[in-house]
Design a protein around this ligand. Structure first.
Ligand code: FES
Length: 155
């Protein structure tokens, strides 16, 4: 069972939806300026996809020179990962913004800077998104740490 399991170093990412649902995400699947890619962690050894609300993540690619210096060791070729659960009322974050550093929640417009630790640049959300470090190993996009904060709205 995958119940209660969370993203861990060494896990990969699997598409949540679309034509490639369940397939492993390659670095080239994450493109600058596209809407956040909704994914789940995948245990690369067992193939288990850790599909749960708490594990829903977004992947985005920020132009590398545009990353905040604090993010450089947590990103890979500009790719960054965050909890997909909006910290306002918990919608999945899937909206695009003209600035490729920004992820927008389509429910009420909260905007988060994924090039800088997921901080809120426009409310109503008040809490940043939890960030998940990633790396590229042998050409694969891999989880490199743990989510660094609480998921979703404050209790
Ligand atoms: Fe995301 Fe309200 S739930 S802005």
């Amino acid at each position: 069972t995958t119940r209660g399991r969370r993203a861990e170093p060494g896990h990969r990412f699997a598409f949540m939806t679309g034509d490639k649902e369940g397939e492993v995400v390659a670095p080239s699947d994450v493109k600058i300026g596209e809407q956040p890619l909704l994914v789940y962690p995948m245990d690369a050894e067992t193939g288990d996809i850790l599909a749960s609300r708490a594990n829903l993540l977004i992947l985005m690619r920020v132009p590398e020179g545009d990353l905040d210096p604090s993010m450089e060791q947590h990103a890979a070729a500009g790719i960054v990962a965050y909890s997909a659960i909006c910290t306002h009322e918990g919608c999945p974050i899937s909206g695009q913004h003209e600035n490729p550093r920004m992820a927008v929640c389509n429910c009420h417009g909260s905007t988060f800077d994924v090039g800088n630790n997921g901080v809120v640049v426009q409310g109503p959300a008040v809490r940043r998104l939890a960030m998940l470090p990633v790396t590229i190993t042998d050409g694969a996009l891999v989880v490199a740490g743990k989510l660094n904060g609480p998921i979703g709205p404050p209790a």
